[in-house]
Design a protein around this ligand. Structure first.
Ligand SMILES: [Zn+2]
Length: 349
């Protein structure tokens, strides 16, 4: 249950997140709260200023937690809808993950893009505003949490693949009918907005194909000061959802300065050990892993099926760390309990 206590607040700096009527406008233009700010940076930290020392524990699934507190996510925008209708619930989930031991918050912007908004009759400006609001919300949580408990906390602006904007599950196979240039434009449009926020880096998540990773690189090069994690979704212990080898995809990212980590997410945990090995064999870049629980979504039955390995995340995190993963968290069907288990397992390792 989401409680006021769970949201937390710093004395002398009342957090707007304690209010359930906080609007996107107030999150984006917090003039009344400027005195609470530690600084007034209005753009992403430059690649050469980014300090990642100490980052180990990523957060867990956002949608899973929102559903647990009663949000219906049966809409094309998924958790991005909640960003507009009940941002205090997203803030509460971010806060829960920090309490559980996460070092990094991934913003609730996976489904946000101008293309996705246009497809459901929303304006491009609304998509840009939602991107900014997702980061502003995570920033507010970071600020209120740190004023009580000093701790390094990173904010990753989460971005889904092109398929996520199609609202048809295409991100899980990567067969798109669009040109390479369209893919590049899809990603660069969001980077242009995010570079004016205070996120620390971008997290491209659930990328299904080597071609889309190439398009992301082309988009990133247009914004040379930005840093990014590029995380793939995989179908087995060696291949991306679209079929290419993970090793080949990781190799093409190896020489790219802006890529600060290569990852695997939204993938069955049983595949993680060989997948980490595939990445480690071709690059010395950081490796990030945040698999799902092992359950699969049955679209026909509208329910999750299969065995959940969520209870083993602590033990598995130690194996993933030993195999070479530096950043570890969870994706769909994982929550604060799994993040807590990861954080405890990695303590002192
Ligand atoms: Zn997932």
């Amino acid at each position: 249950m989401v409680t006021r206590k769970a949201l937390g607040a710093s004395p002398g700096c009342p957090s707007p997140l304690l209010r359930r009527d906080i609007s996107l406008h107030e999150l984006l233009f917090p003039a009344a709260r400027r005195s609470c700010r530690e600084n007034h940076r209005k753009q992403m930290k430059r690649l050469n200023q980014l300090d990642l020392d100490g980052l180990q524990v990523l957060d867990g699934g956002m949608a899973t937690e929102l559903e647990r507190v009663g949000c219906s996510l049966r809409n094309p925008l998924w958790s991005a809808q909640v960003l507009e209708t009940a941002p205090h619930l997203i803030a509460a989930v971010h806060r829960e993950y920090l309490e559980a031991g996460a070092d990094c918050l991934v913003t609730a912007s996976y489904q946000v893009s101008q293309k996705g908004f246009l497809e459901i009759g929303r304006s491009p400006a609304a998509a840009d505003e939602a991107l900014r609001a997702a980061v502003a919300l995570a920033e507010e949580v970071r600020h209120s949490y740190r004023s009580v408990r000093p701790k390094k906390i990173w904010i990753a602006a989460g971005l889904g693949p092109y398929g996520a904007a199609l609202h048809n599950g295409a991100e899980y196979h990567g067969n798109y009918s669009c040109s390479f240039e369209e893919l590049v434009g899809f990603h660069s449009g969001r980077l242009a907005v995010l570079q004016e926020t205070r996120a620390d880096f971008i997290a491209f998540e659930t990328i299904p194909s080597a071609e889309e990773a190439c398009a992301i690189l082309a988009a990133l090069r247009q914004f040379p000061s930005l840093a990014a994690l590029i995380s793939f979704t995989c179908r087995d212990g060696g291949h991306l959802a679209h079929g290419e080898s993970l090793a080949g995809a990781a190799r093409q990212l190896d020489g790219e300065e802006q890529v600060i980590a290569i990852g695997v997410n939204c993938t069955h945990p049983a595949f993680l050990l060989p997948l980490i090995g595939e990445i480690a064999a071709v690059t010395r870049k950081r490796i990030a892993v945040y698999p799902n629980s092992g359950e699969q979504w049955d679209a026909a039955q509208h329910r999750w099926t299969g065995e959940s390995l969520a209870g083993s995340f602590g033990a598995m995190a130690l194996q993933w760390r030993a195999a070479g993963a530096q950043w570890i968290g969870g994706c769909c069907r994982t929550g604060p309990d799994e993040v807590r288990a990861i954080a405890r397992a990695l303590e002192g390792v």
